[in-house]
Design a binder for this molecule. Structure first.
Ligand code: 5GP
Length: 180
C-alpha cells in the first residue's frame, strides 16, 4: 500500500496488526498439523475473502494438504448478509471420504457458513471442520461451531487481509475498521 492509501480517510483504526495476524495464523497452522497428523486434509477456501488467510494458513501447515475453492455470494445490502447464498464457483474436488477443513474469513450471522457446511456435508466427506480467521462478537448460531478461530472481534465492519468493501482493500496487509 502506498502512503497515499495509508492516509485513506475510509480507513479507521487498526483492528489486528500484520504481525499479530501472522503469529496467530502460524499457531492455527501448528494446531491443524497436530490434529491432522497422518492425514491429508483438503482446505476449502471461501472466495474471495479467504484467499489471503488461506494462503498463509496453508503455508503454516506442516502436512500434505490439498486446496480447493468455492465462491459464494449473498444477496442484499453490501455490508450486511441476507442469508440467501448462491454458489458462484463450485469445488473441483470430490469430497467423498475426505477430511475437509472449510477456511472462512469472517463469521457474523453464521448464515453463509451454515449454508456452506450443510451443502458440503451432503457430499460425503469423512470429516468436516471449520477454520475461521474472525468471528464477530454476538454472532449468530454457527453449526458446526468452528474448531479453529483466529480472533473474536467487536461488531465493526473490517477490511484488509482479503476482506473488501466494493472489491477494494483486500490487499491491505492488516485488518482495519472501515469508516467510509
Ligand atoms: P455471515 O453470513 O456470517 O453474516 O457473513 C459472512 C460474510 O459476510 C463474510 O464471508 C463476508 O463476506 C461478509 N462480512 C461479514 N462481516 C464483514 C466485515 O466486517 N467485513 C467484510 N469486509 N465482510 C464482512
Amino acid at each position: 500500500m502506498s502512503d497515499t492509501e495509508d492516509r485513506d480517510p475510509a480507513l479507521g483504526r487498526v483492528v489486528i496488526a500484520e504481525d499479530a495476524l501472522g503469529a496467530r495464523v502460524r499457531e492455527l497452522g501448528a494446531e491443524i498439523s497436530t490434529d491432522y497428523a497422518g492425514r491429508q486434509p483438503l482446505l476449502v477456501g471461501v472466495l474471495k475473502g479467504a484467499f489471503v488467510f488461506m494462503s498463509d494458513l496453508a503455508r503454516a501447515i506442516n502436512l500434505h494438504v490439498e486446496v480447493d475453492f468455492m465462491a459464494v455470494s449473498s444477496y442484499g445490502h453490501a455490508t450486511q448478509t441476507s442469508g440467501v447464498v448462491r454458489i458462484i464457483k463450485d469445488l473441483e474436488a470430490d469430497l467423498t471420504g475426505r477430511d475437509v477443513i472449510v477456511v472462512e474469513d469472517i463469521v457474523d450471522s453464521g448464515l453463509t457458513l451454515n449454508y456452506l457446511c450443510r451443502n458440503l456435508l451432503g457430499r460425503g466427506p469423512a470429516s468436516l471442520t471449520v477454520c475461521a480467521l474472525l468471528v464477530k462478537e454476538g454472532h449468530g448460531e454457527i453449526d458446526p461451531a468452528p474448531a479453529y478461530v483466529g480472533f473474536t472481534i467487536p461488531r465493526l465492519f473490517v477490511i484488509g487481509y482479503g476482506l473488501d468493501v466494493a472489491e477494494r482493500y483486500r490487499n491491505l496487509p492488516y485488518l482495519a475498521e472501515y469508516i467510509g
